[in-house]
Design a protein around this ligand. Structure first.
Ligand SMILES: CC(C)(COP(=O)(O)OP(=O)(O)OC[C@H]1O[C@@H](n2cnc3c(N)ncnc32)[C@H](O)[C@@H]1OP(=O)(O)O)[C@@H](O)C(=O)NCCC(=O)NCCS
Length: 181
């Protein structure tokens, strides 16, 4: 079941994410966020954008969310996307299903492009993003220093919809609208 993340999901999300901070360069964070920090991130993201989890048998199998790409106003129609699947659930379509739902919601908010910044090499993530339709943009070389070496980050882009002139303002996700009196 794919649904919006709640702050109660934070401990499981933090546990999925922790090894990518502590033991690998997949994330450029060097200290894994604890559950309260993840809960705060969920709340912050969900004010404007979707954060989704795939729940199977009461456990979080993976999660995906969108975040602003850059702060300057002209960037407001594009987002970055992030995805992590629990190792026990990889290769079973969880990532594909999460991204499909995420992109539907982003299109619904009037957004045009999603960007993924991927440590390179990361063959699984690169193949996954290209299987989902992302196209390579370019590489930031030696842009981060972690675990004793300089690391490259490749950028991939996905057109959520064709660009049009005079795009409508992006909308907030439906769940953040105030309930009708
Ligand atoms: C990369 C990741 C998100 C993929 O999620 P997933 O649920 O395992 O992927 P899916 O099973 O939905 O695969 C969808 C497609 O991606 C491709 N793919 C997925 N994993 C792959 C792998 N290890 N090698 C090659 N291709 C792969 C396949 O083309 C697959 O196509 P299929 O649907 O015909 O099988 C997941 O492996 C993961 O969380 N990895 C660790 C964290 C990470 O690298 N996150 C991304 C940070 S940028």
């Amino acid at each position: 079941m794919i649904r919006l993340a709640e702050k109660e999901d934070a401990p499981q999300i933090a546990a999925i994410y922790r090894p990518f901070c502590e033991d690998s360069c997949v994330s450029f964070e060097t200290e894994a966020p604890d559950a309260p920090e993840v809960a705060a991130r969920i709340e912050r993201i969900r004010r404007r954008l979707p954060w989704l989890v795939d729940e199977r048998d009461g456990r979080i199998a993976g999660y995906a969310y969108a975040s602003p790409h850059r702060e300057r106003a002209a960037y407001r129609w594009v987002v970055e996307v992030t995805i992590y699947i629990h190792e026990a659930h990889r290769g079973r379509g969880v990532g594909r299903a999460l991204y499909a739902e995420l992109f539907d919601r982003l299109r619904g908010q009037g957004l045009f492009k999603a960007y993924a910044g991927i440590l390179v090499p990361n063959p699984a993530s690169q193949a996954f993003h290209e299987a989902l339709g992302f196209k390579p943009v370019g590489v930031y070389r030696k842009v981060g220093y972690k675990l004793g070496a300089w690391r490259d980050v490749g950028w991939w882009e996905l057109a959520l919809r064709p660009e049009i002139d005079s795009p409508a303002e992006p909308t907030l996700p439906p769940q953040t609208l105030d309930p009708k009196p």
